[in-house]
Every structure is written in C-alpha cells, then in structure tokens.
Design a protein around this ligand. Structure first.
Ligand SMILES: NC(=O)c1ccc[n+]([C@@H]2O[C@H](COP(=O)([O-])OP(=O)(O)OC[C@H]3O[C@@H](n4cnc5c(N)ncnc54)[C@H](OP(=O)(O)O)[C@@H]3O)[C@@H](O)[C@H]2O)c1
Length: 259
C-alpha cells in the first residue's frame, strides 16, 4: 500500500517545522510547502501541483498582522486557494487554529483572530473532511510580543489571560491528528495552568534581557484579559507547566534576537 501523502502548509514555520520532524520516520510521504520552499499559496497552479495526491493537508500558514482586514484577506484567500487546488479529490484538512478566536466577543479585540475565524469558516463550508485542531496561545508567543510591542526601550505587552502550552506539544497533536485513521472533527488543546502572558513575557525577558523594561497593559475589561480565550472543556490538557518550560528553555543572548 502507498504511504500516506501529507502536505504540510507553512512548512518553514514554527509549528509546521516541528510537524515535519514528527512525520519523519513514519510511513508517510511529506510534502513541505511554503514560499521559501518554492510554492506561494496565491499561485493556484503551483499549489495544485504541490497538493496533487495528498491524503491529508495540514494548514499552519500564518500572516502576522494586527489588522483585521489584512488577516481576513490572507486566511480567507489562502484557505480558498487550498480548497480550489484540491478540487476533485477529498483530502482531509487538518487546520491549526486558536481556541475561541472565532468568538466575536474575542475577535473584536484582536483583528488577527478575525482572520482565523474566516479561515475556519472557509474550511467548514468547503465540504472537505476536516479536523480542526485549536490550541491556546503558545509559551513562545510572549517572546514575539516583546519584539512586536517594543517602543524604544520598553515593550508594552498585553495582559492576555491564557492556559498556554509549548508549540512542540501542539505539533505532536497535529501529527497525531494528521495520521489518525479516525480523526476528531474538533480537538481543543490547552496547557495545565492559567497565566497572564504579560507576566510570562516579563519572566522571559528576565532570562533574555531583550528589552530594558516590560510594561503590562491591563486587559481585564476585555474578553482577552478576562478568560474568554480559555476553553471550558478542553479535549487535551498538556503537561508542561510555564515554570517547567521556563526552566528548560535556552535563554537567547540578546545579540541573537535583534529587536
Ligand atoms: N502563536 C500561537 O500562540 C498560536 C496558537 C494557536 C494557533 N496558532 C496558529 O498556528 C499557525 C502557525 O503559526 P506559526 O507561528 O507556526 O507560523 P509562522 O512561524 O509564522 O510560519 C508561517 C508559515 O506560513 C508560510 N507562509 C506564509 N505566507 C505564505 C504564502 N503566501 N504561501 C506559502 N506559504 C506561506 C511561511 O513560509 P514563507 O514565509 O516561506 O512563505 C511559514 O512557513 C497560525 O495559523 C497561527 O494562527 C498560533
């Protein structure tokens, strides 16, 4: 029997590079897709060629933006391109999304999440077999926030309340869902402990000395800061705590992480 063909969209990214690693050594033919690997999802012909014969398509594409318009444009059009590119075949799509991002109470505060809601919607309406894998925020996010919110010597990090997990744990579950003979329609994965991501950013900064000062922006009056990102009934609760993750991570010398 031929090996399962798994197309990995966003293969050079944080999550999907770990998914590719997880697929190695399995009876799988992995097809790695990203612009730096030669395929832009905006190019339907190239995407159709890359997805030909795929049994499973794992979508972990990303476009970093705070603009709702740009996020919706990217995620809606990328997912629509995938659906168009596999026309005539029925691969299962494993879509990596964010818990409660589709909730309007949540995404009214964060334009990026509206893009994720649009992505979920395109796949749901496509009629393709779908495994939606939603996770909470990753431990790796606060480091990105330190960089993205820096103004001069201060990073202004939003006090988002989450139950974060390590991206490696998210990738493990993506691999599991990609290869499961009977994959779940929706899997919601979160970490074991609730934390304020601004506090976690301060702890990361204490290790890496990325910025002289981290200011926490209180968000308690919004859904983001008052627990709306936390799942009520998660399917999976991972085991790594924020303190264990902090203790295990290798602090980056400031010179290796230019801001
Ligand atoms: N960060 C979190 O806490 C979190 C939590 C839950 C879910 N997620 C979701 O996880 C997903 C992956 O996030 P990530 O941080 O792993 O992503 P990332 O590191 O930003 O990587 C994004 C990938 O998408 C590719 N890409 C972007 N535009 C493309 C295009 N036009 N054509 C082809 N490839 C394109 C990039 O490669 P090239 O630049 O080479 O094209 C890269 O491989 C996102 O959808 C995010 O919403 C994130």
């Amino acid at each position: 029997m031929a090996a399962t063909r798994v197309a990995v969209l966003g293969a050079s990214g944080l999550a999907e590079s770990l998914v590719l690693e997880g697929l190695r050594g399995r009876d799988v033919e992995a097809v790695a897709i990203s612009r730096s690997l030669g395929v832009d999802v905006g190019d339907l012909e190239a995407l159709s060629r890359a997805l030909a014969g795929a049994d499973v398509v794992v979508d972990a594409l990303n476009h970093q933006t705070l603009s709702a318009r740009a996020a919706v444009r990217f995620f809606e059009s990328a997912a629509s391109q995938v659906v168009a590119a596999v026309e005539g075949s029925q691969p299962r799509v494993v879509c990596l999304s964010i818990i409660n991002a589709a909730n309007p109470r949540v995404h009214r505060w964060l334009g990026y999440y509206r893009g994720k809601a649009a992505q979920e919607d395109v796949y749901r309406r496509s009629g393709l077999p779908l495994s939606m894998v939603r996770t909470t925020q990753w431990f790796e996010l606060p480091e990105a926030l330190l960089r993205q919110t820096r103004v001069g010597g201060t990073a202004f990090v939003p006090g988002i309340l989450s139950r974060p997990l390590a991206v490696a744990e998210a990738a493990e579950h993506l691999v599991e869902q990609a290869l499961a003979p009977e994959a779940a329609e929706v899997t919601e994965i979160c970490g074991p402990e609730q934390v304020d991501l601004a506090r976690l950013a301060q702890q990361v900064n204490a290790q890496d000395h990325l910025v002289p000062r981290v200011v926490r922006i209180p968000l308690g009056m919004t859904a983001l800061g008052s627990g709306a990102l936390i799942p009520r009934s998660p399917t999976v609760i991972t085991t790594t705590t924020p303190q264990q993750w902090l203790a295990r991570r290798t602090p980056r010398p400031p010179s290796s992480a230019p801001l």
